[in-house]
Design a protein around this ligand. Structure first.
Ligand SMILES: NC(=O)c1ccc[n+]([C@@H]2O[C@H](COP(=O)([O-])OP(=O)(O)OC[C@H]3O[C@@H](n4cnc5c(N)ncnc54)[C@H](OP(=O)(O)O)[C@@H]3O)[C@@H](O)[C@H]2O)c1
Length: 208
């Protein structure tokens, strides 16, 4: 079965936004990046790799492209500025929250998203590993599992396809109420990669 190609606004084009956007462009999706400086180092790096396939502009421009999916890949500290500012353009869309609010009690931005975008389909995905594991999700022991949550239905199918197109095996944890479980995977990854100094080249696989 042919996979459905999607229109995606990736807000943030750094380590993680750039990695995800590159993979989706390579698999045929239509991607517009929204950044704070469209002529900055991240934008220049993407342009030098992707040429005219890289559409990189402001957040307002990226959201005006009427994307089906919006990916929040900016620093956790700026999410609370972006969401209220663009609430109208964000509401009703499939939103994938990739940002981690490091040092906060809650790592995700679902609280702010629930408040300002009550009709959005919220997903937590791609936040659990360092970007290198998404760049290269194939280990000697097999393909990385990517644990994610969000509402079941058509939007879940879209997100699963986007995970598969990046490379990992999608593992659905459940609805939005499972967000802290997904964030627990992130905490486990940090504890092993940094706390135990195993390095970033590690990930998890579901064995059944
Ligand atoms: N790095 C990882 O491996 C990883 C993995 C999982 C999750 N995350 C999470 O993903 C988020 C991004 O991390 P990163 O490492 O990719 O960061 P990064 O390399 O520093 O990139 C951040 C991006 O956000 C953009 N940005 C910052 N403020 C903005 C604003 N006000 N409006 C629009 N765009 C803005 C920057 O724009 P410019 O290009 O103009 O500077 C840049 O493109 C963080 O929340 C992080 O916790 C990171």
């Amino acid at each position: 079965m042919a996979t459905e190609k999607q229109t995606i606004a990736v807000l943030g084009a750094g380590n993680i936004g750039g990695t995800l956007g590159r993979k989706w462009i390579a698999t045929g999706h239509q991607v517009v990046f929204g950044v704070s400086d469209p002529n900055g180092k991240h934008a220049q790096s993407l342009r030098s790799d992707l040429g005219n396939k890289a559409v990189i502009d402001s957040v307002a421009y990226a959201l005006s492209s009427n994307p089906e999916v919006v990916v929040l890949a900016v620093q956790g500290t700026v999410v609370d500025t972006i969401i209220p500012t663009y609430a109208q353009q964000l509401d009703g869309r499939v939103i994938i929250d990739v940002a981690n609010r490091m040092g906060s009690a809650t790592m995700n931005s679902f609280g702010t998203l629930h408040e300002y975008t009550p009709n959005a389909h919220l997903f937590r995905a791609f936040n659990t590993y360092g970007w290198v594991n998404l760049e290269n999700p194939q280990f000697a022991q097999g393909r990385v599992s990517l644990f994610f949550c969000g509402p079941d239905g058509d939007a879940r199918t879209k997100v699963e396809q986007l995970i598969t197109d990046v490379g990992p095996e999608p593992v659905y944890v459940g609805g939005v109420d499972q967000v802290n479980v997904v964030d627990g995977v992130t905490q486990l990854w940090f504890a092993l990669a940094f706390g135990q100094q195993r390095g970033q080249n590690l990930a998890f696989k579901l064995l059944e």
